[in-house]
Design a protein. Structure first.
Length: 218
């Protein structure tokens, strides 16, 4: 086990995926500055109970993702804009409330069957659905810079990218982060994308102009 600072958010971070954060609370300015100084990652965990900002520390879900800081923009009053990239998954074993921010004793959660023939086959079934989903979103003015054929070849990278970009509630994304088998994760993503592509198309066909305007406002 290792001890890591935790950042509870209303977001789910997946390995290999980027996240942009504006750091303004004193407790998280302290935490991020210490991470930068010590060149250490921090853990991002979805809030299970509580608020994202101010007030008491929120209670997080048990499964989270390490985040490595890659860019820092320092602003007035010690505020920061940071860019971080997801690394390995972990499970929180215990929480420590002795500091202004949460500290977790965590264990890594390696994924099984990451690049096998079964995983490659599952990725081949998922890829066209993700392409179709992004194509539909692009057609209604969503801000996706998408080129057909540009999705990653690695099955796990495809699964985590698909989990990041699909527009479903974070409560539905959290179980995806907890899946321990790459083939199972890819199959779960295929089920989600079959549903979401059908829903998008049904919405657009019902009233193309109204839904295009609604998507462009999101």
């Amino acid at each position: 086990m290792q001890e890591v600072p935790l950042f509870p958010l209303n977001a789910v971070l997946f390995p290999g995926m980027p996240i942009s954060l504006h750091i303004f609370e004193p407790r998280y300015k302290l935490m991020i500055n210490q991470c930068i100084e010590n060149e250490q990652p921090f853990g991002i965990v979805l809030i299970e109970e509580g608020e994202e900002v101010l007030g008491p520390l929120a209670t997080p879900h048990a499964v989270g993702c390490m985040a490595r800081i890659t860019q820092v923009e320092r602003l007035e009053d010690g505020r920061m804009n940071i860019l971080a990239v997801g690394q390995e998954r972990f499970q929180v074993q215990t929480l420590n409330h002795d500091r202004p921010y949460l500290i977790g004793e965590v264990e890594p959660l390696p994924l099984n069957e990451q690049d096998t023939p079964l995983a490659q086959n599952a990725a081949r079934q998922l890829r066209p659905l993700v392409e179709r989903y992004l194509s539909v979103l692009s057609s209604v003015s969503q801000p996706f810079d998408f080129t057909p054929g540009s999705l990653p070849d690695d099955p796990l990278a495809l699964a985590y990218l698909a989990a990041t970009i699909v527009q479903i509630p974070v409560e539905q994304k959290q179980p995806l982060l907890g899946v321990d088998d790459a083939v199972e994760l890819l199959a779960d993503m295929r089920t989600i994308y079959l549903r979401e592509v059908a829903l998008l198309r049904a919405m657009i066909e019902r009233d193309p102009r109204e839904n295009a305007a609604a998507f462009s406002r999101n």
